[in-house]
Ligand binder design. Structure first.
Ligand code: IPE
Ligand code: IPE
Ligand code: MG
Ligand code: MG
Ligand code: MG
Length: 288
């Protein structure tokens, strides 16, 4: 569902300027796990909604996520050569085009979000406006970009646990959390979600958002080739990470605890939330 929609929403490779559209598609269709769009759809279904009603939000979030990876890999940031098992965007298209490719994906996300054609006809406009603002906030200085700055400033230092938690919640957790709330909110073309449902989903999202980045830190050390990115990138850059502060086994047990906490938070939801429970386990036990 998501791959087909992304293909429709991004200009074709033959469209002028060809290099830019090629680079956007190169990174977007490089084989990412699509965790965030899948979370949006699973959250919609968990409250009794339909996946197809939330695809615009799911795709916009994946575009923002992909832009963030292109910029994250640049020499000025993590300086990595491999992403999703392929040479990074700047290795193929050059740094300048990679920067602009990220810019174009970020901008396209908001074009997609704000185009009423991308929603079922009965989607309430105020809900579309609300998720657009939520996503902007999660991606910006109070969310992902803010966290990325703390990540860069934390290189070569040892942040304490509270500082590290702040860093991980912002650089990664906020976009994961907003994937879930976007899915649930956009499902409201066909139903009304309750405060209890959104509260349960938020607690779930906060726990798996942090767990996701702890698992990513662990994979940087002990992941296999299937992670599709250079191992040891965090050590090379002297990053502040959970394993660097707490060691591998303590970090893993924190991630497992967060997974339990996430599943527990879903107690008010019925078996339609089962995919979300499985995704929580995937996030901490994944190999890529
Ligand atoms: C990697 O995200 C960057 C982080 C926020 C940890 P993913 O592990 O979701 O990367 P893809 O999309 O599957 O490549
Ligand atoms: C990146 O964190 C988080 C983003 C907002 C892109 P990392 O730098 O640890 O992500 P990877 O390991 O390169 O995917
Ligand atoms: Mg980084
Ligand atoms: Mg990185
Ligand atoms: Mg990492």
């Amino acid at each position: 569902l998501v791959d087909q929609a992304l293909d429709r929403l991004v200009e074709s490779e033959s469209r002028h300027p060809i290099t830019l559209h090629k680079a956007m598609r190169y990174s977007l269709f490089a084989g990412g796990k699509r965790v965030r769009p899948i979370l949006a759809i699973a959250a919609a279904e968990a409250v009794g909604g339909r996946g197809e009603d939330v695809v615009a939000g799911a795709c916009a979030i994946e575009m923002i996520h992909t832009y963030s990876l292109i910029h994250d890999d640049l020499p000025a940031m993590d300086d990595d050569d491999l992403r999703r098992g392929r040479p990074t965007c700047h290795k193929v298209y050059g740094e300048a085009v990679a920067i602009l490719t990220g810019d174009a994906l970020l901008t396209l996300a908001f074009e997609v979000l704000s185009n009423s054609k991308n929603y079922p006809t009965n989607s309430p406009a105020e809900v579309i406006l609300e998720v657009t603002r939520d996503i902007a906030k999660a991606a910006g200085s109070a969310g992902m970009v803010g966290g990325q700055v703390i990540d860069l400033e934390g290189e070569g230092k040892q942040l304490n646990l509270a500082e590290l938690e702040y860093l991980h919640i912002h650089k990664t957790g906020e976009m994961i959390l907003v994937s879930i709330t976007t899915g649930a909110k956009l499902a409201q073309t066909t139903l009304k979600i309750t405060i209890e449902q959104i509260g349960a989903l938020r607690s779930y999202g906060e726990a798996i958002g942090l767990a996701f980045q702890i698992a990513d830190d662990v994979l940087d050390i002990e992941g296999g080739e299937e992670i599709g990115k250079p191992r040891g990138s965090d050590l090379k850059k002297k990053k502040s990470t959970y394993p660097a502060l707490l060691g591998l086994s303590e970090s893993k047990s924190m991630a497992w605890d967060l997974c339990d906490r996430a599943i527990k938070a879903l107690e008010p939801l019925d078996k339609k939330a089962e995919p979300l429970r499985e995704i929580a386990k995937f996030i901490v036990y994944r190999k890529h």
